[in-house]
Structure formats: C-alpha cells, structure tokens
Design a protein around this ligand. Structure first.
Ligand code: FAD
Length: 508
C-alpha cells in the first residue's frame, strides 16, 4: 500500500518489534509457542474430542503467524479455488488466483514453470540439508505406493516428496522480512508495535479510525481513507464484534450497541485437524537421536553459518494421500517427522523414531467464534466443532490416516529400524479403538479460516470484488478470515495471495 507515495499508511501491531532468534532459526519455530510472541489461544472443550481444549497458537509480532510458523509454502488445489468461485466468489477461481500467487513468489528451482514466479519478494526454496531420516521416510512412502511429486504447487498435490519453504540463506523469510523490512524506511509508512487495537470507530455507517492500547494507555488513530483489518481468523471477527459489527442478537447479549448487523461474523470457521502416530526405535536416527551436545553444536553451526540441522524446520518430508479408495482428491496431508514427539514437540520421546502426521485437508465440520465478554482483553470462545459432520467423514479420513501411517512404517525400507508404534495409538487395534485414539489425541495444525468469509449470500461478510466489509464504508479485510472455506493445504501462501489482491483492490 505504501508503494504509492500519495498514501499515508499506519501499521498497528499488538506484538513487539523485532524478530527473536527462534523466529529466524528454521529449526526453532516450535519454541515460540506459549511465549510472549504467541496469543496463546485454546478452543472451548471439544465435545467430539473427549472434552479437550485444543491449543491454537497465533503469532504476536510483526509478520504474525508467518513469523512463527513451520515455513511450509503450499497452495491449495485448483478445485479449492474453483469451488470458491462456484460459491459466489467471482474472480477467485484457480486461473484467476495463479497470477497473484506468482506475483509474490521468487522460486529459483521452478522459475520455468508457468504457475510459479521468479521475481517476487518471497523466496520459496528447497531445504538445503535434509536429514537422512527424512529421505528414508520419503523412500518408504514411495515403496508404500505414493508417487514422488517434485512440485506440490503445480496443481497436482498427490504423492510424496519434500515441501518447499520460505527461507533465505538458511533463515526464515516471510511477511515481516520479505515484504515489510525492505520498505520500512519509506516516509509515508509508520509502524507502531505493542499497539493492541481494541475498537473500530464507526460514524454514520463509515469506519473512521481505531482505538488502541499502547503500554496500557488508550490512544486513537483516525483514517482519512480506510481501515484494513489483518488480525487473522480469530482477532479480526473478535474486534469487529467488540465494535458492534456482527450478529445483532449476540452483540446485544453482551451489552454491545449494534452498529451493523452482520450475522456471518464469527460463523463458518474451519481448521485442519491432525492425528499423529509415533514410532520409536533404538537405532540412532534423526533429530530424535541427537544428544544435547549435538543440539548445542547444531545451534552454534546455524549461528555461525546458517547451515546444518537447525536450518531445517523439520516439516518438509511429506505428501498428500487418500485415506481410502474412491476419493476424487487427496483428503490427507501427511508428514514424516524425524523425531517421535507429541503435541508438536511440547512433549518429546526418550528414544529416536518418527512421527507420522495425518492432517485432515477437507474437513466437513465447521464451527464458530463468539464473544465471552465485551472486554477486549478477554479471549473469545473458539469452537471449531471438530469431528461434528453428521456422516462421520472427518473421522473416517483420520482413522484411514492411522492405517496409512502403519502401512508406511511396515515397509521394507524402514525395516532396519525395527520401529515400534508408541502408546497410545499402539494399543488401538479395531476401527473403533482407532477412532477413540483420534478423539483422545487429535490436535490442530493451526490453519483456522473463514470467520469473515467472502461471498454474496446472506451470511457472507466480505465482498469478493473488493474485500470490503459488506454494508459498511471504510473497512476492508485482508487475512485468512475471508477464505470462503479452508483450502486443502497449509494456508499462508493463500493468505499472501489474498493480501496481493487486497493491495490491488486498494490501488484501484
Ligand atoms: C505454529 C504455527 C505453524 C504453522 N505452520 C504453517 C506452515 O508451515 N505453512 C503455512 O502455510 N501456514 C502455517 N501456519 C498457518 C499460517 O501461518 C497462518 O494461518 C497465517 O499466517 C495467517 O495469516 P493471517 O494474516 O490471517 O493472521 P496472522 O498471521 O495471525 O496475523 C495477524 C497479525 O495481527 C496482529 N493482531 C491481531 N489482533 C490485533 C489487534 N487487536 N491489534 C493489533 N494487532 C493485532 C497479530 O499479532 C498478528 O501479527 C502455522 C501457524 C502456526 C500458528
């Protein structure tokens, strides 16, 4: 937006300025969860997951979750965006969106491909050093029957291989470093960090500015042209509801004056659910086999030369597969992670091994985000309503995923490791026992979307032709909350595509 020097742009970010080392070091992203760089959200108790509250980390720093995530660059499939178009989002089909993906991409290996870009801000590359454990898992997945796929973003996701990442010279690159840092000195751009926006100021049907807290003190910023919300799937609808924009009955319940009745705000929420099957071995294998001294050495190597095991986010050996015969497209994204951890490495194993992720890519369940209170400091109630689809298709996919992991673990390629399936999935034999394991252990892979979804129906919040909030002047949304539904991939590449389009709409 600030490329046009006739515009003045104010960027307000709730998190602190600067990027901690753990955000820059690809192998350390997981250590940012539950820190001051995380909003530390949890779902409400999930009825179909034995009443568990499931962690939903969200990045709280410049670049948002794009500065704390696992670095995987993955687009959805052509059918995802064509479905968006057929749901009333004219201009958002695959052919329409490919140029916007290409615009921000700088992909040296795939520069010749008509669907990839080579001159954008975001470097999309292969991880320079794969661990032999990752290579072995990809070999095993091929033996199991998945074809090797050299480019998961070509429009055909099926198969196994190595995911590409947004990284430059061994360091994370992303929204903050690739897009913001290079233009931060522009005189028409002001960045204010530690600024927590608490309310939109609306007058006569037009958003005029925002109120925010800076170091605990209330401040106001007024916008001559417009306010663009990019707070993400949780915070954008939360802020709108706190400001009186949302379902009228719900706002009234919380004593908030209704400014604009928009029943779809906070509805239609989707997420990708992950079920992890862990296998252990006594062989020295992968990062799970590294000693504390070796870890220290790897960290020192990264600090000196940006190479070695810590230049790897440990999330790139994977693929897309079908949980059962008869599916038109893969319903699972799978990963072979070179350590047998639990809950995204919050709990580690005492011996080496493999974690095989099975991520439900096309969930049929959807949920809601609602207010707990009119206090902006109180977290909203996040209810993805996991595994609630009446036909039980979501559960069938994840049960199939557990069987798929077992199939890969049983290949001849992995036989020398003498893998043992760990507790608790190891105890689950029948389909019902596996389903109970899924209910007891599934977790989010942190891809929530669609709480202010685009569309033209009565429940749509955002106009697909402009990304403006429907029925209100001076307010646009540019984040994952506008997705009409979740795409079958990690979602940051699609968020950047939405942002490119949003910038273009503003320019017009
Ligand atoms: C741990 C983790 C791993 C992930 N791994 C991957 C991956 O490998 N690949 C991938 O594609 N996706 C991944 N994702 C998902 C992806 O990173 C996010 O979905 C994506 O970044 C969402 O972008 P967004 O702009 O919608 O929101 P966010 O990235 O969440 O950005 C919102 C920004 O707004 C700020 N903000 C919010 N509310 C306010 C307020 N009231 N006032 C001021 N500022 C505010 C936040 O602090 C944040 O900086 C991961 C996510 C997480 C959390």
């Amino acid at each position: 937006m600030s490329a046009d020097e006739n515009r003045k742009v104010l960027l307000l970010e709730a998190g602190p300025d600067g990027m901690p080392v753990a955000a820059r070091m690809p192998g350390a992203w997981i250590s940012l969860i539950d820190t001051e760089y995380d909003w530390k959200y949890h779902t409400v108790p999930q009825a179909n997951c034995l009443g568990r509250r499931i962690a939903w980390p969200r990045g709280k720093l410049l670049g948002g979750s794009g500065s704390t995530n696992a670095l995987v660059y993955m687009r959805g499939t052509p059918s995802d965006y064509d479905r968006w178009r057929s749901k009333g989002c004219e201009g958002w089909g695959w052919d329409d969106v490919v140029p916007w993906f290409r615009k921000s991409e700088n992909n040296p290996r795939l520069a010749e491909s008509p669907v990839h870009g080579s001159s954008g801000e975001l470097p999309v590359v292969d991880v320079p050093d794969h661990d032999p454990a990752e290579e072995l898992w990809v070999e095993a997945a091929q033996e199991y029957g998945l074809p090797y796929n050299p480019d998961f973003n070509s429009g055909d996701q099926y198969g196994c291989g190595f995911f590409q990442v947004f990284m430059k010279d061994g360091e994370r690159d992303g929204p903050a470093t690739a897009f913001l840092d290079p233009v931060r000195a522009r005189p028409n751009l002001t960045v204010v960090t530690s600024a927590f926006v608490t309310r939109l100021l609306v007058e006569n049907g037009r958003v005029r500015g925002v109120e925010y807290l800076r170091n605990g003190k209330p401040e106001t910023a007024m916008a001559d042209a417009e306010v663009v919300l990019a707070g993400g799937t949780i915070n954008t609808p939360h802020l709108m509801m706190l400001s009186g924009i949302g379902p009228a009955d719900h706002l009234t319940e919380h004593g908030i004056a209704v400014v604009h009745d928009l029943p779809g705000v906070g509805q239609s929420m989707q997420d990708h659910l992950n079920c992890v099957v862990t296998f252990v071995t006594n062989e020295k294998f992968g990062i799970g086999g590294m000693t504390a001294a070796e870890f220290e050495q790897a960290t020192a190597e990264w600090s000196d030369s940006r190479t070695g095991p810590m230049a790897n986010p440990w999330s790139t050996s994977g693929g897309h597969a079908n949980s059962r015969p008869g599916l038109a497209e893969p319903d699972l994204q799978i990963y072979g992670i070179a350590t047998p951890h639990r809950d995204h490495a919050r709990y580690m194993s005492t011996v080496p091994g493999l974690s095989m992720f099975n991520v439900l890519q096309r969930p049929k369940s959807s949920g809601t985000l609602t207010l707990r209170s009119a206090d902006p400091l109180m977290h909203p109630a996040i209810d993805p309503n996991y595994l609630s689809d009446p036909d039980g298709e979501d559960m069938r996919s994840l049960v199939g995923g557990v069987e798929l992991s077992r199939g890969i673990a049983a290949t001849k390629t992995l036989a020398p490791l003498r893998l043992r399936e760990a507790f608790p999935s190891g105890e689950a034999k029948t389909k019902e026992e596996i389903a109970q394991f899924v209910r007891a252990q599934c977790q989010s892979i942190y891809h929530p979307t669609s709480t202010c979804r685009m569309g033209t129906d009565d429940m749509a919040v955002t106009d697909p032709a402009t990304l403006k909030v429907r029925g209100l002047d001076g307010l646009r949304i540019c984040d994952a909350s506008v997705f009409p539904d979740v795409v079958a991939s990690n979602i940051m590449a699609t968020v950047l595509m939405v942002a490119e389009r949003g910038a273009d709409f503003i320019q017009q």
